[in-house]
Design a binder for this molecule. Structure first.
Ligand code: MEV
Length: 421
């Protein structure tokens, strides 16, 4: 199991210095010296100024890397950008348990996005709908004329669906344009096509086109990931049972499902941000998909296999791209893609789904056993120690003392520091 013959499995990675960790990643992902230097640079002001409006500066967040991942037989290091402690460690730990039974296995649909075109004010909605379907070939041709490059790459508008919806304004038509966006997230390609169809659709339906925009409920662009988690490494079969009891609540109760899915997104968003993708689009799609059967529920499912091991599965829409937008402009997004060693947007989506499953498994395992505060407290205590003025080895010493005393407070950290010095 390797990526160019290299393993992502590493113990005690968190104990290494930042320099040693960077060196490990450089070696794993064949980074150049220039790419290595990027880790400690900020986004160039000129690039920032072109990305959004009214720029004042840049805003930094930590970039970490999750280790131990094996996905479809290939080793991955997964870059993660997040402000939340414990997330990267938890994902790495889940991946370590999953790799005992072969790691994550995934399935991915074609990268199909849906564009919506809303048509109102028709005298005869049913015959307007029929006319649209009668002109399907011309409509797809007109859409594909907007993006020759995408079509040359094997993508483009592939299909059309017509939905008739009732509303307080009367009946309306929503045309769904199904577009294969290949390695892009797809918003630009789809929106351009939808806008280009407006006049033609008004002509053939005698109606008024209003909205023309892609749907973030990308339910034609679905990714599934699965892993078996070793019962012994989890702490025994009773822990698998405890896990399943916890999971059951997320499957039946939207209040718990929201938090459960938030834990999934802790991992997913961190990788989405690291690769310069649109995390709001991913969030919107994930939560809408979680409610697709009329009741909001968990995006993951779990059961115990014959061996007593825990089987976990995740299924969600993932509109991710490796070309266009920030993915192309942001030097660190490019660096993160190189660290991943991914070749296509589909491969990226498969890694994202696996990370989401790993993150969820880690959170529910912690909640079913020790609770999550223990993990959080150690970093929190270290931060308090730093705030109290501790340096180097003092930080760990003060943090350990405060955890032992169950008193993690700034004044106590200052007292201990004075005592040490
Ligand atoms: C915290 O960021 C995420 C969790 O609440 C997720 C969960 O409850 O499953 C720990």
């Amino acid at each position: 199991m390797s990526n160019n013959g290299k393993s992502s499995k590493v113990s005690g990675f968190y104990k290494l210095s930042v320099e040693k960790r960077v060196e490990f990643v450089r070696n794993f992902s064949d980074l150049t010296e220039e790419e290595k230097r990027l880790f400690s640079t900020c986004l160039d002001m000129d690039i920032a100024d072109r990305m959004i409006e009214n720029v004042l500066g840049t805003f930094e967040l930590p970039l970490g890397v999750a280790v131990n991942f094996v996905i479809n037989g290939k080793d991955y290091l997964i870059p993660m950008v997040t402000e939340e402690s414990s997330v990267v460690a938890a994902a790495s730990n889940a991946a370590k348990i999953a790799r005992i039974k072969g790691g994550f296995k995934t399935e991915c649909s074609n990268p199909l996005m849906i564009g919506q075109i809303q048509i109102l004010n028709m005298d005869d909605v049913a015959s307007a709908a029929q006319k649209i379907m009668d002109h399907k070939r011309e409509i797809l041709q007109l859409a594909n004329a907007q993006d020759k490059i995408l079509v040359d790459l094997g993508g483009g508008a592939k299909d059309l669906e017509v939905r008739i919806l009732d509303s307080p304004l009367g009946k309306m038509i929503v045309v769904h344009l199904i577009v294969d966006v290949r390695d892009a997230m797809g918003a630009n390609a789809v929106n351009t096509m939808c806008e280009a169809l407006a006049t033609y659709l008004e002509e053939i339906t005698n109606g008024k086109v209003r909205l023309k925009i892609l749907s973030n409920l990308a339910d034609r662009r679905i990714v599934k990931a699965k892993a078996v988690f070793d019962k012994e490494k989890m702490g025994g079969e009773h822990v698998v049972d405890a896990f399943l009891e916890s999971y059951m609540l997320a499957s039946i109760d939207p209040y718990r499902a929201a938090t459960h899915n938030k834990g999934i997104m802790n991992g997913i968003d961190a990788l989405i941000i690291a690769t310069g993708n649109d995390f709001r689009a991913i969030e919107a799609g994930a939560h809408a998909y979680a409610a697709r059967n009329g009741k909001y529920t968990s995006l993951t499912r779990y059961h115990k296999d014959k061996n007593g091991d825990l089987v976990g599965e995740i299924e969600l829409p993932l509109a991710v791209g490796i070309v266009g937008g920030a993915a192309n402009m942001h030097p660190k997004a490019k660096l993160c893609r190189k660290i991943l060693g991914i070749k296509t947007a589909q491969e990226l989506a498969e890694v994202v789904a696996s990370l989401g499953l790993a993150q969820n498994f880690a959170a529910v395992l912690a909640l079913s056993t020790t609770g999550i505060q223990k993990g959080h407290m150690s970093l929190h205590a270290k931060n308090i120690a730093v705030m109290a003025g501790a340096k180097g080895e003092e930080i760990d010493k003060i943090a350990e003392r405060m955890i032992k005393e169950k008193k993690i407070k700034l004044d106590r950290a200052k007292e201990i520091l004075e005592g040490i010095r």
